[in-house]
Every structure is written in structure tokens, then in C-alpha cells.
Design a protein around this ligand. Structure first.
Ligand code: GLP
Length: 243
């Protein structure tokens, strides 16, 4: 790393840019520890405040993460999630060579509310599975999913269903392929509870995704509210120019 003190470019910004390129070209590997603020400031003869500003900005941008009492480390690259195909969490992670897993946070067989029955276009009153899971990739929490599934579309659900792909179970149970979904995306900030489950800070940026998903027959089988970690995901959408 080289710092040019004569340059009109602020020193904190020079540090940021150089660390970013070291992360991008692999010189700094994911989870590698960074030298301390003191070491950087002694090495370049600059104030610790300047180093702190550069590192804090990179933490906020998701390039670095801090662990209390241990120091600052390089983040893993963000996961690119296309918004094109209708896939399950299990399929997404497997296609990336990662191991998907789930932690059940809450399960209840609830009575439909008028709102849920309306969204799912199911009978009211009727029974609906409420399943809240933390979804993990290689044991790292990526998202919290609260799924509402009409009992009639899934039958009894047990622990084994929560640990594996619900989409796979739905397709088998209904002998019908999943075909389409409507999805809404909204930026949000992690609540205390969400932050705890996702192992991030309260108030950290997250993406709220609401999805209603349908079988080929046009029947809705789930309404899901997912909270995705903003520091782990980049959502990519390919577009054709409309004429
Ligand atoms: C994705 C979607 C959810 C869906 C889930 C099913 O994460 N955002 O809406 O419920 O996949 O995943 P799986 O079949 O692995 O349980």
C-alpha cells in the first residue's frame, strides 16, 4: 500500500481504494485479519483517526467486518442473486456449491386471518402453517423467512420438512410443479430480534422480500416474508430495453 500525502485525494480515501483493490484482486482473502489501526498509522505516519475513518467506511460498505476484541477482517464476497428464475433457497445455495441449512425459530398451525386468506385465495376460516426459519449457507445466516402455507397445500409438517426444501415437499405433495410468483422488494433496517437471528447489528440494512408463489394450476401455496442480509446479497436484474 502506498500513501501519497501530497495528493489532493484525502488519505482515508486512498486507504479505502487500495484496500478495496487488494480485496478484489485476492491479495486480501475472505476472513483475513487486517493490521490494527495502530499498525497502519505507524506504518504510514498518519493519524489513527484517519485509519479508523477508512476502515469504518469499508465496514459500512460491507467490504470488512469487525469482531469485538478480535479486530477487523475481510468480508466474504456478496452473493449475487438474480431476480429472474423462481428458485428455492436450497436450489440457490446448492447451485453455488454451498451447503444450505435451516434453524427453526417458530412453528404454529394458525387460523387464517382475512388478510392471509385474501392473499392466498384460500378458504376463511382455514388452517395455515406458519413457519419461521433462519436460512443458512455454510452455517452463515443469510435470511429469515416467515412462510404461510395453507394446511391443505402441504398436509402435516414435521421437523424433517423444516430442515429441507419446502418447495420440494410442496411439489411432491401436490404432484404439481411450482410455476410462478409475485415478489415485492423493500429496503428495511434490522430490528433487534432480526439482528440477533442474522448475527448483524440492530439497524443494519436488510431487504424485505414478500413473495406469493403459485402452482401450475394457478393455486397459491405460500406467502413468504423474507428478511435478507444487505451485507451478504446483491440482487441482479437483467433487463431488455422496452421500445
Ligand atoms: C426462497 C424464497 C422463499 C421460499 C424458499 C423455499 O428463499 N425467497 O420465498 O419459501 O426459497 O426454499 P426451500 O425450498 O429451500 O425451503
Amino acid at each position: 500500500m502506498h500513501i501519497d500525502k501530497q495528493s489532493p485525494i484525502p488519505i482515508y480515501y486512498q486507504i479505502m481504494e487500495q484496500l478495496k483493490s487488494q480485496i478484489k484482486n485476492g491479495e486480501l482473502q475472505p476472513d483475513a485479519p487486517l493490521p490494527s489501526e495502530r499498525e497502519y498509522s505507524e506504518q504510514f505516519g498518519i493519524s489513527r483517526m484517519t485509519v479508523r475513518q477508512a476502515l469504518s467506511n469499508l465496514v459500512n460498505e460491507g467490504f470488512l467486518y469487525r469482531q469485538k476484541g478480535r479486530g477487523t477482517f475481510v468480508s466474504r464476497p456478496k452473493m449475487e442473486q438474480t431476480l429472474q428464475g423462481l428458485t428455492s433457497f436450497t436450489e440457490d445455495m446448492k447451485s453455488r456449491g454451498m451447503v444450505p441449512s435451516s434453524k427453526l425459530v417458530d412453528y404454529e398451525l394458525i387460523d387464517s386471518t382475512a388478510e392471509l386468506a385474501g392473499i392466498l385465495d384460500c378458504e376463511h376460516p382455514s388452517k395455515i402453517h406458519k413457519v419461521i426459519r433462519v436460512r443458512l449457507a455454510n452455517d452463515i445466516p443469510m435470511a429469515i423467512e416467515a412462510s404461510y402455507i395453507p394446511f391443505d397445500m402441504a398436509g402435516e409438517l414435521h421437523d424433517s420438512h423444516f430442515q429441507t426444501s419446502i418447495y420440494e415437499h410442496i411439489e411432491q405433495y401436490n404432484s404439481s410443479p411450482i410455476s410462478h410468483a409475485k415478489q415485492e422488494l423493500e429496503p428495511s433496517a434490522a430490528t433487534q430480534e432480526e439482528a440477533k437471528l442474522l448475527e448483524i447489528k440492530k439497524g443494519a440494512p436488510v431487504l424485505l422480500i414478500k413473495r406469493t408463489t403459485y402452482l401450475q394450476s394457478g393455486i397459491a401455496f405460500e406467502h413468504v416474508k423474507s428478511i435478507y442480509r444487505g451485507d451478504r446479497y446483491t440482487f441482479v436484474h437483467y433487463m431488455d430495453r422496452l421500445k
